[in-house]
Ligand binder design. Structure first.
Ligand code: GLU
Length: 309
């Protein structure tokens, strides 16, 4: 097995926007620059939102951009299946090893809870810890979170600490409709797949302590992966790129006939990987440019410039 194993873990719930494509590029570069193995894992646990056609399209779009992977739903590999919808038995086995309880709080009750500034979400007050509040309703499964602060040093964001009991509370591992929670699935899969390096969007920074807490409970013998939470992509005004900026998704650019080397150059420029005058670049050229260096060490986020595509 390669020493370095990284992954990209898209949720096929819509078209792949350019922010996701840039995160995929950075995860790929980080692994390839060190000769590691790159895993494509499709995070389709939320069966109410995931669709096979989005999966097919995002894999096509990423290949068109020039990325490749050693393991994934379309190429197989020793740690499959690589689609979370096919890994339910693993999540069930993990759940069976944790101290959990059924929660029948309604969505309305949960929405009424005050939100904490730490995560932007409410802290679950433990309403169903000692018995369900509405027996007979479909129950979510929550983890009775053990006490303890969790800290880690992110490669880009530095030190990050959370006290899960205080800042999050007992969190959901399986929803009332039976869908496995992202937090559980991601920990089980990264451990099973031997992932050593996680590069993903900064919006997931606050989830990491929960995942490390779960990892410690499920696999105390495993070292924690290294994390790099990369900046979210900026629109023309310098604020986070949003639909209002009118940026096309990656598939739309492909279908409109944009040359992939130009799209890759725009993504690379938007994070300072190439100088502002570079209009076209291929993945292996980017790799040569960053080789012998840490590709994530000097990211300089700037507004995405799609002129000339
Ligand atoms: N599936 C998640 C997303 O698309 C990413 C999960 C991860 O990288 O840990 O936002």
């Amino acid at each position: 097995m390669s020493a370095v194993r990284g992954r990209y873990a898209p949720s096929p719930t819509g078209p792949l926007h350019l922010g996701n494509a840039r995160t995929a590029l950075l995860a790929w570069l980080d692994v390839r620059a060190r000769g590691g193995a790159f895993v494509m894992r499709v995070e389709d646990v939320d069966f109410t939102r995931a669709r096979p056609e989005f999966e097919a399209r995002l894999l096509l779009d990423l290949r068109w951009l020039g990325l490749d992977w050693d393991e994934g739903p379309d190429v197989g590999g020793p740690f499959g299946p690589y689609r979370q919808s096919e890994r339910g038995d693993r999540y069930a086995a993990a759940l069976a090893r944790l101290d959990v309880y059924a929660c029948t709080c309604t969505r309305r009750e949960l929405r009424a809870l005050p939100v904490t500034s730490m995560t932007g979400e409410p802290v679950y007050p433990g309403t169903c810890r000692n018995g369900q509040s509405h027996p007979g309703r479909p129950a979510a499964i929550r983890w009775r979170v053990p006490a303890g602060e969790v800290g880690f040093v992110d490669r880009l964001c530095g030190e990050h600490h959370q006290d899960i009991v205080r800042d999050v509370g007992d969190f959901v591992l399986r929803r009332g409709d039976g869908a496995w929670a992202y937090q559980l699935a991601v920990v089980v899969d990264d451990a099973d797949m031997g992932v050593t390096d996680i590069v993903r969007g900064a919006d997931l920074l606050d989830s990491t302590p929960r995942q490390l807490h779960l990892l410690r409970a499920l696999h105390p013998e495993l070292p924690a992966p290294r994390f790099a939470h990369v900046p979210l992509i900026l629109g023309a005004g310098g604020a986070k790129l949003s639909k209002r900026d009118g940026a096309p998704d990656l598939g739309a650019l492909r279908e409109a006939g944009a040359p992939p080397a130009r799209v890759l150059a725009a993504l690379a420029r938007s994070v300072g990987l190439v100088p502002p005058d570079v209009r076209e670049v291929r993945p292996h050229e980017l790799l040569t440019a960053v080789q012998a260096d840490d590709p994530l060490a000097r990211l300089k986020p700037q507004p995405l410039d799609l002129a000339g595509l």
